[in-house]
Design a protein around this ligand. Structure first.
Ligand SMILES: [Zn+2]
Length: 375
């Protein structure tokens, strides 16, 4: 029977313990995911082989070991727990960095539409952040929720792919993170995106988050949307070598898959005609929020994230008839102040949003838990 909601993995302890537990609990799925990544590469990238992919992954290892030694330990733990080679565990941290560096691949961009709402615009008076995650359909089956309680630093709840250290999420310091792919021409071996996602979620305050970007030798471009419980909203567009920060503060922030900041648009790699759909999704979501009567409720956000204007390449993206063969593989609405994420496996129009929490009453994390006691 097809899975109807995302599995939740509980991980805790030292970096090695967290990785080992992730690898052990996800072992079979991790090995299947690797096989599918390689198969997909062979089908879509000229001259792609498993050996080339693994030797490519090896080039990123020193950057991660140097910049994020605890995550290097965790990735080693994933390899041990899942009984895979270390290079294979690194390959799982390199989705776009693998395909974009091996070919000039402008025709198959990644999607995603993200938003952050200040507390003044939401029904419950708390800041809210989220996104649709749009990727090739095979990724849907490898989605997972990670609940991470490290020995040091904030606890983390995030969506991810199995075997990958993080994607969008929240932490117990009240920071929320959403992401969009954007494309520049300066990609290089360096610190890949999932490692930066995780480092962001390990921070306690926004100024430390900004330092994560500035100090890293980044491998790739990305848009990072960050909201914290005190209402601070920032959008950081980065290429491998440049970055800009935009303040959201008291207004809605929406981002899709093109650079927006005046100092960053010159780094856009994709031609203008390829950006049209991204610009449409951004303006459509903005319009839906602005025309909403009253303060925005959770129900309204679900409605907006399942909007089908311009189907199938809508905010809620479907693969059928879609020239890029993309789909919304997960839809996320997060409330960082409460450590809560509502996440649907696949499109929110077809699947229910399940509530995941950093906290519950019994000391064990569980879905649909209402009371807040840090696990
Ligand atoms: Zn839909």
């Amino acid at each position: 029977m097809a899975q109807s909601q995302l599995d939740l993995l509980r991980l805790e302890g030292s970096p090695r313990d967290i990785g080992y537990s992730h690898g052990k609990q996800g072992g079979e799925r991790i090995r299947s995911f690797l096989e599918i990544i390689v198969k997909h590469g062979i089908e879509s990238i000229p001259d792609f082989t498993r050996e080339k992919a693994l030797s490519h992954a090896k080039r990123y290892v020193p950057f991660i070991e140097d910049y994020a030694p605890d995550l290097a330990e965790e990735i080693r733990g994933i390899a041990e727990g899942a009984n895979i080679q270390l290079e294979e565990a690194y390959l799982l941290q390199l989705r776009a960095e693998l395909t974009q560096l091996t070919i000039e691949n402008e025709s198959t961009p990644e999607g995603c539409t993200s938003f952050a709402l200040p507390s003044s615009m939401t029904e419950d008076g708390e800041v809210c952040i989220g996104q649709n995650v749009d990727l090739s359909p095979f990724y849907k089956d490898f989605g997972v929720m990670l609940h991470i309680k490290p020995d040091k630093g904030p606890a983390i709840l995030c969506y991810s792919q199995i075997g990958t250290v993080a994607h969008a999420g929240v932490n117990s310091a009240g920071i929320g993170l959403a992401l969009n792919a954007v494309y520049s021409s300066d990609w290089r071996p360096g610190v890949p995106r999932p490692v930066l996602y995780r480092l962001i979620l390990e921070q306690g305050i926004t100024s430390e988050v900004l330092k994560v970007f500035i100090d890293a030798k980044r491998a790739s471009s990305c848009n990072y949307l960050i909201a914290n419980k005190s209402g601070e909203i920032k959008d950081i567009e980065v290429t491998a070598q440049h970055h800009s920060v935009m303040d959201g503060q008291e207004d809605l922030m929406v981002h899709a898959n093109h650079f927006v900041h005046p100092s960053m648009v010159k780094f856009e790699k994709r031609p203008k005609d390829k950006l049209e759909n991204s610009k449409f999704r951004e303006s459509r979501l903005r319009q839906l929020v602005y025309t909403c009567e009253g303060k925005v409720s959770l129900g309204k956000l679900k409605e907006f994230l399942t909007d089908h204007e311009r189907y199938p390449t809508a905010i809620c993206t479907h693969a059928e008839g879609n020239p890029w063969n993309f789909m919304t593989i997960a839809s996320i609405i997060a409330q960082p102040a409460d450590g809560i994420m509502h996440v649907s496996l696949g499109q929110g129009c077809k699947n229910e949003y399940v509530k995941y929490s950093l906290y519950n009453v019994s000391g064990k994390v569980g879905q649909n838990s209402e009371k807040k006691v840090l696990v």
